[in-house]
Design a protein around this ligand. Structure first.
Ligand code: ZN
Ligand code: MN
Length: 480
């Protein structure tokens, strides 16, 4: 690599509070008609009084502490002025010089990406461009939605690492249960700053030399290249593609002896390239000043009794040692209902096989999640001990949900007990072989999927009581 990129991210996370940041309007406008979840406060009428959302402040503190940041002893809100039709007040209430959290970090593949800050602010409304191409309509449902803005130090060294950072952050806010973090719905949005520097010049060492890029604190900005900002990257793929493209574009400029211009660019996903949006001369002056209607908040860390969950890595390690696949672990970590069920079973279930089977049941069968954990582990144990076969699982769960039966009672009532003994199973399989010589010959000739047919025949003979996976295994052993 000839040039070493240095990347910093500014990420907006939409909090899933019940009400908006400074008023009591419904914060969930999904599927609602335009301008129906609004009030004078979020519509920016004169003379109204914004009141900070306690839950939003608490969650800002929670995220900050979870990431190892310092919670400010005093934090305040500021007005950030700019003009845009979806911003009725003409300013956004944000935080300037006293953000709620400073510092913290997220570890990506062994290296800590440090955070500059986390601050609270409100979202703007939305413009809907009419089909006639002549007019735009304003929808203020989103105006006033609570956001956390997370700003990293410029310590990310590749587009891939930037993407991983975003993915990890999404996992974290879902794990803390403070945001749905659905990128498609705009709950998680990212702006990226990127500069490149030549590897051999100054003391910038390239990654492929086996040396990490310098951290921002010990490398003055002069050693970094000219930064370019890319706005509104709304998917993980976009983050990676836009940064890759920008590295190529900036490298080509430097290669031909030209200079990179400090500017803001947008990403055109269809064309696969960044496009200049505004240059340094057009950079807005936000004229920040303290929000006079909201007194500074002090002592917030002490005010909230926040119990942090254990670290994600500890959880992952534990679930891995329980034998769960990475995919299953990811599913657990991003769903707080699943996770608390799984944790509950983990606390009480001592048999590792039953534990594993219980977790798989709650991951794969939505219906079972409403049932008590005792039911789940009893069902898992019945399967594990071969008291029942796979086909009985769903009917038993349904009986648990609809008739409030215990696993034992459901098995009895449905006549699911018994399963099929192996010796008997072998007899049945032999019989099926004799009745279906062609299928056996086909399987021996290499037609792997004939086994599904044979398993089906055996299942029919056992009235669905056998475990199809077990049947398949025995067939494979017996067929040669
Ligand atoms: Zn409102
Ligand atoms: Mn912002």
């Amino acid at each position: 690599m000839k040039y070493q990129p240095t990347i910093g991210l500014e990420i907006h996370v939409q909090l899933k509070t019940k009400s908006k940041m400074f008023c009591s309007c419904d914060n969930n406008a999904e599927g609602k008609a335009p301008n129906t979840t609004v009030c004078p406060v979020c519509m920016g009428m004169p003379g109204v009084l914004p009141v900070p959302n306690k839950q939003a402040v608490e969650w800002a503190v929670k995220l900050g502490k979870f990431l190892g940041g310092d919670v400010a002893s005093e934090t305040k809100f500021d007005r950030k002025h700019y003009f845009y039709p979806d911003l009725p007040k003409g300013y956004q209430i944000s935080q300037f010089d006293q953000p709620v959290v400073s510092g913290g970090s997220i570890n990506i593949d062994g290296s800590d990406i440090r955070l500059e800050r986390i601050h609270m602010e409100e979202d703007a409304g939305k413009l809907v461009h009419a089909n006639d191409g002549m007019s735009s309509l304003v929808d203020l449902n989103r105006a006033g939605t609570p956001l956390l803005e997370i700003v990293t130090k410029p310590e990310i060294t590749s587009p891939e690492q930037a993407k991983k950072f975003m993915q990890r952050l999404r996992l974290i806010v879902r794990y803390l249960d403070i945001s749905d973090a659905d990128m498609e719905k705009g709950h998680l949005r990212c702006d990226a700053n990127i500069s490149i520097a030549q590897c051999q010049m100054s003391n910038v060492k390239c990654q492929n030399d086996g040396v990490a890029a310098p951290q921002s604190s010990d490398s003055p900005a002069t050693k970094l290249g000219t930064p370019v900002e890319i706005k509104n990257l709304n998917s993980f793929l976009m983050v990676e593609r836009a940064l890759k493209h920008e590295i190529e574009r900036q490298s080509a400029l430097l290669d031909s002896g030209e200079q990179v211009v400090k500017e803001t660019r947008g990403w055109d996903d269809a064309k696969g390239k960044t496009i200049v949006q505004r240059t340094k001369e057009m950079a807005p002056d936000y004229r920040y000043f303290p929000e006079p209607d909201i007194p500074p908040l002090s002592g917030i860390e002490e005010q909230f009794d926040i119990s942090l969950p254990e670290s994600i890595d500890m959880k992952i390690t534990r679930w891995q040692s329980s034998g769960l696949s990475q995919q299953d672990i990811d599913t657990l970590l991003t769903d707080s209902v699943l996770l608390s069920k799984a944790d509950e079973i983990y606390q009480t279930e001592t048999n590792p096989q039953v534990l594993l089977r219980s977790i798989k049941l709650i991951i794969n069968i939505e219906l079972i999640r409403t049932l008590p954990t005792v039911f789940i582990s009893e069902l898992a144990r019945a399967i594990e001990d071969k008291v029942i076969g796979q086909p009985a699982v769903l009917p038993i769960i349904k009986m648990g949900v609809e008739e409030h039966l215990s696993v034992k009672d459901a098995i009895e009532k449905g006549g699911f007990a018994g399963g099929v003994e192996i010796a008997k199973l072998e007899d049945i399989i032999k019989e099926v072989f004799e009745q279906n010589p062609q299928a056996v010959a086909d399987y021996k000739a290499g037609k792997q999927n004939t086994i599904g047919f044979i398993v089906g025949q055996v299942m029919r003979q056992t009235a669905g009581k056998a475990d199809p996976q077990e049947v398949a295994e025995i067939i494979k052993k017996m067929i040669y």
